[in-house]
Ligand binder design. Structure first.
Ligand code: FMN
Length: 199
């Protein structure tokens, strides 16, 4: 099949786009609002986009609390999600009023970060503390619905020592959770190494 998404319908039960670009890592974004109230939500339009300096992005489909908080405070934490946090991660995606603390809602402990005021998720295997670099406005197919990409400069990196082995991150042990299409998820359970041709 082939279709041009700006002008043609795909004819499938759901848009296939999010089932094609898989797996997507999940940035579990923690922020504070202007009053200092914590907020937590998962974003799978998320990735690292540069490594020196390390920078990450997440994008908001609609103007959500995480986007608004980044705009107001200029910082966020991108927590990484292990399969062990699947249930809590999902609960934290509930659409609740902005004053509701999703850490509490999902039964999670917030712990202080070092380089930003926003807390991180205590049980997350790793977390990237970020200062806001830019917010890039994106086109929107739905009039009045804001789409925006938040870019952050990583100013602090937390890694649970349990996942460091022989000076390397034990990627299999972390069992990272990833988003696939529809309501589907995957876990990173087996990794393998391939040397570069010119190594
Ligand atoms: C695994 C997962 C990934 C998600 N990814 C995104 C995303 O990339 N962009 C987005 O706008 N919403 C995404 N959502 C939905 C948000 O988490 C949800 O709208 C949440 O209530 C937003 O919270 P906030 O208003 O506190 O930021 C995702 C939900 C789940 C469960």
């Amino acid at each position: 099949m082939y279709y041009q998404p700006l002008t043609q319908d795909h004819g499938l039960r759901h848009s296939p786009i999010k089932a094609l670009v898989i797996p997507r890592p999940i940035g579990w974004i923690s922020t504070l609002d202007a009053q200092g109230r914590p907020n937590l939500a998962p974003y799978s339009f998320f990735n690292v986009v540069c490594d020196a300096p390390a920078m990450v992005m997440f994008s908001s489909s609609g103007e959500k609390d995480s986007l608004r908080n980044c705009q107001e405070t200029g910082e966020f934490v991108a927590n990484l999600v292990s399969a062990r946090q699947t249930k809590a991660m999902n609960i934290s995606s509930t659409a609740v009023p902005s004053e509701v603390d999703e850490f509490q809602l999902a039964g999670l402990q917030a712990i202080a970060s070092h380089s930003v005021k926003a807390p991180r998720v205590k049980d997350a295997p790793a977390a990237l503390e970020c200062k806001l670099h830019d917010i890039i406005e994106l086109p929107s197919s739905q009039p009045g619905r804001r789409n925006a990409m938040v870019l952050g400069l990583v100013t602090g990196v937390f890694i649970d020592d349990a996942y460091i082995k022989d000076g390397m991150v034990d990627q299999e042990a972390m069992q990272m959770l990833a988003r696939c299409g529809y309501r589907d998820y995957a876990t990173v359970e087996r990794v393998f190494e391939i040397g570069r041709p010119d190594d």
